[in-house]
Design a protein around this ligand. Structure first.
Ligand SMILES: [Zn+2]
Length: 380
């Protein structure tokens, strides 16, 4: 299976999430971690946003990381000038490609939009920049227009095109069909990137579907932070590609938790404890049946070993625990109890979980064990 390449946009689309604003120090740290994690390319900001953003971008570029950088720009000569001044040579030039956005936002026909895009792209090329073209709202554009756009910009020397499912208008089957139709109608060395949003919870599925259908690059953000409901989560795309599709990906999985913790803290957001791979509960088990299976053979309830991502299974005590879980937690603490005591402790665990709607802290279990033991001694 082929290799998936990542163009991470945590520092651009991720920061566009409502209320998220990274400081320069945070941006530098995130960029370093992305590069160290094996990400091939990162979008690092929007120069047109102003001087402060331009200085941040320049500071990231000055790190001289092995990871390539690109800036995000509208199809406007003034945006390209600002991008050029940041010192980042790779310029993403974006324009809406659906009629609804072209006419509604820019008041342009598709032909006029293409001309505007060509002007901006040619200008960036003349400056000696490498250009990738962003096709905003690709999902709702006519395929005929997309093919025409890619083929005409290909003639200018552009090879990289981003297919953006900006408003989550595709399901995975449509994404696969559209990507393969587009790639079938353009030169073989076109590199297509898929950029998906998560309004139906399908950003990761759509991204993987696009890659499996022939796209080369996946546009992702760490923990999926981004506009509205967010983007495709990098860690989910990378690991699902590896474990479910049997594909290659240069990402170092053991770095993902650290990277996600950094981004989540800097974003000031709560992405939820159940977030796959990086969430607090991603490898936490309560159900007695699952815990029993995992204690016999970890393969019973896992697709990949949590140690791959530097984590481990964690067993907690709650309403669905079994006596095996209670004995296991006690054993882990160097304690033991006879089966009758374990049964009484389990009753107390279940009662606590129902009343407090929470797991039982280990310290409380130890307290209960001491109480039970004291009572047993009194009876004797
Ligand atoms: Zn986006």
């Amino acid at each position: 299976m082929k290799s998936l390449k990542l163009c991470d946009t945590t520092l651009r689309d991720g920061e566009q999430a409502a209320g998220v604003s990274f400081t320069r120090a945070e941006k530098l740290e995130i960029a370093k971690l992305l590069s160290e994690s094996g990400v091939e390319q990162a979008e690092v900001g929007i120069p047109a946003m102003g001087r402060r953003e331009q200085e941040d971008i320049a500071a990231i570029a000055e790190l001289g990381l092995p990871m390539k950088m690109m800036t995000w720009n509208r199809a406007m000569v003034s945006d390209i000038d600002k991008a050029w001044n940041t010192g980042v040579n790779w310029s993403h030039v974006s324009i809406p490609v659906s009629e609804i956005q072209l006419r509604g936002k820019l008041g342009l026909s598709p032909a006029e939009g293409l001309t505007k895009l060509q002007r901006a792209a040619e200008y960036a090329l003349r400056l000696g920049m490498t250009v990738s073209v962003g096709m905003e709202d690709s999902s709702r554009a006519s395929m005929e227009f997309l093919v025409e756009l890619v083929n005409s910009l290909y003639k200018e020397g552009i090879r990289w095109f981003r297919y953006a499912d900006t408003v989550s208008a595709h399901h995975p089957g449509q994404m696969a069909e559209r990507v393969s139709t587009l790639l079938g109608a353009v030169p073989a060395d076109v590199e297509l990137e898929v950029h998906c949003h998560n309004d139906f919870g399908l950003a990761v599925a759509n991204t993987l579907s696009g890659i499996a259908a022939g796209a080369t690059w996946a546009s992702t953000t760490i923990a999926g932070i981004g506009e509205r409901t967010g983007n495709a989560a990098m860690e989910e795309v990378a690991l699902a590609w590896r474990y479910l599709y049997g594909g290659q990906c240069a990402v170092r999985p053991e770095m993902l938790k650290r990277l996600a913790d950094k981004v989540i803290a800097a974003s000031g957001r709560n992405v939820g404890d159940a977030k796959p791979i990086v969430g607090q509960l991603a490898f936490t088990h309560e159900s007695g049946i699952h815990v029993d299976g995992l204690m016999k053979d970890t393969a019973t309830y896992q697709t990949f070993d949590p140690s791959e991502v530097g984590r481990e299974h964690r067993f907690v005590l709650g309403k669905h625990s079994g006596s095996g879980s209670v004995a296991h937690v006690l054993g882990k603490l160097g304690l033991e109890a006879n089966p009758d005591t374990v049964a009484r402790l389990l009753d107390r665990v279940r009662e606590y979980a129902e009343v407090y709607k929470d797991n039982v802290p280990e310290s409380l279990l130890v307290e209960w064990l001491m109480e039970e033991n004291a009572q047993t001694r009194d009876v004797v």
